[in-house]
Ligand binder design. Structure first.
Ligand code: ADQ
Length: 463
């Protein structure tokens, strides 16, 4: 069996993979089974960051990491990845920084990552590259002469052709993607958008699962990412920490219906619109007063980026306004916490919440939606309200599907969820769980790797 090399922005955790969640566990399992190398950024910046990797070994698995200089970090990571590709691929052209310096930094750092990895590669390796930080990486490796099978998985949405075309270097970027052998997207819609770009913007030809363009051929597939459904359900039902959290929350609620939102603090997650929808619920349905309690947990991320600081101020203002207007001495309608929560406690919190409110404006998949359902008590499950713009909505039609921009629709969905009968909640839960169990994270990994294993051929580098 060939060695697996995983390339992602951050590597690990390996020892504590379970604490980080299903994706880390799935990757560590595959890396261990095949004897693997996990390669990426160390998370450190260093003025004298050299073109070399630090390598650590642990049980049949090597971790190789590279430091970035402060300029590389500014242009590649904060700049092109997080201030350009992230907003643009989530349809936020208004927040996209079209700065050519960032693009050049991105190309340079992708080339540096490739240069450092290349001498560590073995002829029979299989390489699996993850996400928007490394769109140009495969092509850089090919330029160096890498002939191994290289697959790429995009965790975020692939945007519509006309949105992508606003990027000054969109053609070079897409051309670079054709250096990969397999391109994996979260949903069939993402594949359609990729094919549409290739055909209409670049004169490509689609032949079944393959797209021919720029003199190369790439296999394009949807691999919807899942969670460790059985494992998470078991934690929610049996783990001590999860039980403790469940009991603490249930006691505090004193019979109120808890609505829960759990997100990374990011403008794509639609938290401001969700707060507005909740305010609309309180305004239009006064009988909800003292009967509902909304807990929003939003762990701070990318704090150095200005757009994230502004969003934080907006959410602080909105939550203060809602509590100031509707709260009372004995009732806080909205509790808004900016902190991460350990996974086991999170499982208990989901189970104690009668409604899971997951309303991103745009999301590649959204694993919170899946975790919320997996954590429910099968005898008395809660109801998931899910944005139609999350990739997860295609696999989870039994959720209440909403348009997150339509605050009235979301407020009404909250009322529908509050009054849904036990029988209907069970039917929806059971249908959701059947799919979550079959389409779990192990299946996602195995499908991707078997597709890549089937496409063993060399692709010449783009110029
Ligand atoms: P994210 O944008 O990070 O991921 P998501 O899929 O929701 O979004 O995953 C977040 C993970 O972090 C979940 O496992 C969740 O439990 C955890 N998390 C979020 N907030 C937390 C908090 N406050 N405390 C503790 N844990 C928290 C990107 C893409 C998604 C895609 C995933 C996986 O943007 O669309 O689903 O990758 O491919």
């Amino acid at each position: 069996m060939s060695r697996l090399v995983v390339v992602s922005n951050r590597v690990g955790p390996v020892k504590d993979a379970a604490r980080a969640g299903g994706l880390a566990v799935a990757l560590v399992d595959a890396l261990r089974a095949q004897g693997g190398l996990w390669y990426g950024w160390s998370g450190k910046t260093n003025r004298r960051a050299a073109d070399s990797a630090s390598i650590e070994s642990a049980e049949n698995l090597d971790l190789a990491t590279v430091d970035l200089t402060p300029d590389e970090h500014t242009d590649y990571y904060n700049g092109f990845a997080n201030r350009c590709l992230w907003p643009l691929f989530h349809y936020r052209i208004d927040l996209t920084a079209f700065d050519r310096r960032y693009y050049e930094g991105y190309r340079r750092v992708n080339a540096k990552f490739a240069r450092v990895l290349f001498p560590l590669l073995r002829a029979d390796d299989t390489i699996w590259v993850h996400d928007y930080h490394f769109l140009a990486f495969g092509n850089e490796l090919r330029h160096m002469g890498a002939e191994q099978p290289i697959g790429f998985f995009l965790h975020i949405p692939f945007p519509a052709r006309e949105v992508l075309a606003t990027l000054p270097h969109h053609d070079a970027m897409v051309r670079g993607l054709f250096a990969y052998d397999v391109l994996g997207f979260q949903t069939e819609r993402d594949c359609e958008r990729f094919r549409d770009y290739a055909v209409r913007e670049a004169g490509g030809v689609v032949n079944g699962d393959h797209v021919h363009c720029f003199g190369r051929t790439v296999a394009v597939h949807a691999f919807p990412i899942g969670i460790d459904t059985e494992g998470f359900a078991q934690i929610a039902a049996e783990d001590k920490e999860a039980r403790r959290q469940y009991e603490k929350v249930t006691k505090g609620l004193a019979g109120r219906c808890q609505i829960v939102g759990v997100d990374r603090l990011d403008y794509t997650k639609g938290i401001a619109e969700r707060f507005q929808a909740y305010e609309r619920l309180l305004k239009e349905y006064p009988e909800t007063h003292r009967q509902v309690s909304y807990l929003q947990i939003a762990a701070t991320s990318r704090g150095e980026v200005a757009e994230y600081r502004q969003m934080r101020e907006e959410l602080d203002g909105l939550s203060g306004h809602i509590n100031g207007t509707y709260g009372d001495f004995d009732w806080t309608p909205l509790r808004y916490l900016n902190k991460p929560m350990p996974r086991r406690a999170l499982a208990g919190l989901y189970r104690a919440s009668k409604i899971g409110l997951v309303t991103p404006l745009r999301d590649g998949m959204n694993l919170v939606a899946k975790e919320y359902v997996a954590a429910q008590d099968p005898e008395d499950p809660g109801v998931l309200i899910l944005s139609r713009f999350a990739g997860a909505s295609y696999q989870m039609p039994e959720a209440i599907i909403v348009n997150p921009y339509d605050t009235k629709e979301v407020a009404d969905a909250l009322q529908i969820a509050r009054y849904m009968s036990l029988q209907e909640r069970r039917e929806r839960f059971e249908a959701l769980m059947v799919r979550l169990k079959t389409e779990d994270v192990a299946r996602w990994r195995d499908d991707f790797l078997s597709t890549l294993a089937a496409v063993r051929r060399r692709v010449p580098a783009a110029s």
